[in-house]
Design a protein around this ligand. Structure first.
Ligand code: 13P
Ligand code: SF4
Length: 349
């Protein structure tokens, strides 16, 4: 557990973190990309951190890879690359800098480390987990193999390195259907997200059997809520993530990965959109899409929200916490991840 009082004291001894007109002026261009969702007083507090992180990033030869669920001050203020899980994994194979700061959850940092064992991969808070990654171990994968002999295991990237190492290939929400369809066997095991698996099964000709994990953010949505919302506002476009239960996805105008959602809203520019996913998604694209009115509600991911500007600065200052993966496990996990990346590229995804 990070000691935030001690972190704040130490950081204030090394960096000018007091809000000032000078810092606000120095970050005006960045603020312009997110002013619809961050008020000026809040930005005045963020600006010194944005300035300090961007300067320290250069000093450390570091790059910040950030998931689409990061808050807008991270997404617009300090990230060098933003994307969904597949895009972040692909980007991790292309990084030239010595240090990757992964602004996302632990499995994402682990994936970057698996793909880049020689680089330092930092995560600003080691406790940024994921309910899906916590739902299964390598033993669970072996149990599924014993139950369905000969069936390949397609494992969602939202898992630990051990689980990836025990699997045949990985998938993300943007390629799960195509990866499952590309398997030779008629039966395919999917772990650990039961809802992603059910959503894939609804569109695939394969028999999909699955582990019963779930995402604590997306499982909260109900079809009744979405129907009630649409009744109140028939114009609204409902866009879901495939980690939602199938009955929720059935109510949607579109369902896709986090970047798929951003692309759909950007391409279609609906007058009103309800993003049935994590709250920061709408905030991050609100300024680029002034014509779209983003409807609430949304659910926040408590793990993703552990990553803050303060912790990113601390991570770069101390060069901690660095993510390490056992070499033998990393080698095997890398096979599952690279198979996925290669197949995705081959399929043009
Ligand atoms: P994406 O791959 O769609 O970004 O999803 C990652 C995730 O954790 C969604 O909850
Ligand atoms: Fe995991 Fe769900 Fe959070 Fe994504 S939103 S990181 S799947 S708990």
């Amino acid at each position: 557990m990070l000691d935030m009082d001690q972190i704040r004291t130490t950081l204030s001894e090394h960096y000018d973190l007091k809000p000032s007109q000078e810092m606000t002026d120095a970050t005006q261009d960045i603020y312009a990309t997110t002013s619809r969702v961050i008020n000026p007083a809040d930005w005045a507090l963020y600006a010194p951190y944005v300035v300090a992180i961007n300067a320290l990033k250069k000093e450390r030869n570091a790059v910040i890879l950030a998931h689409n669920y990061m808050t807008p001050e991270i997404y617009h203020g300090v990230a060098d690359f933003v994307g969904d899980s597949l895009q972040l994994a692909i980007k991790a194979t292309e990084v030239e800098e010595d240090v990757i700061v992964q602004c996302g959850v632990h499995f994402m940092a682990e994936t970057s480390k698996i793909l880049n064992p020689a680089k330092t991969v930092l995560i600003p808070d080691m406790d940024a987990g994921c309910s899906l990654a916590e739902s299964i171990t390598a033993k669970g994968v072996e149990e599924m193999r014993a139950k369905y002999p000969g069936a390949p295991v397609v494992t969602y990237v939202n898992t630990t390195a051990e689980v990836k190492a025990a699997s045949d290939i990985c998938c993300t929400s943007s390629n799960a259907l195509q990866i499952v369809n590309a398997m030779e066997s008629d039966t395919v095991i999917m772990t650990p997200d039961q809802y992603l698996a059910q959503n894939v099964a609804n569109e695939s000709h394969k028999k999909v059997v699955y582990w019963e994990g779930s995402c604590i953010v997306h499982e909260l949505y109900t079809p009744e809520d979405l129907r009630a919302y649409r009744e109140l506002d028939p114009e609204v476009k409902i866009i879901t993530h495939p980690e939602c239960p199938p009955a929720v996805v059935a109510e949607a105008d579109f369902s896709g990965s986090t970047s798929g959602i951003i692309k759909w809203v950007t391409d279609n520019k609906p007058a009103k959109a309800m993003l049935v996913t994590e709250c920061s998604m709408a905030s991050n694209i609100a300024d680029e899409l002034p014509e779209v009115d983003f409807a609430k509600p949304c659910n926040a991911c408590p793990y993703m929200k552990k990553i803050t500007l303060e912790k990113i600065l601390w991570s770069l200052h101390t060069m901690q916490d660095s993510v390490e993966v056992d070499l033998e496990v990393a080698e095997k996990a890398k096979l599952s991840v690279t198979k996925m990346i290669d197949l995705s590229k081959k399929l043009g995804l």
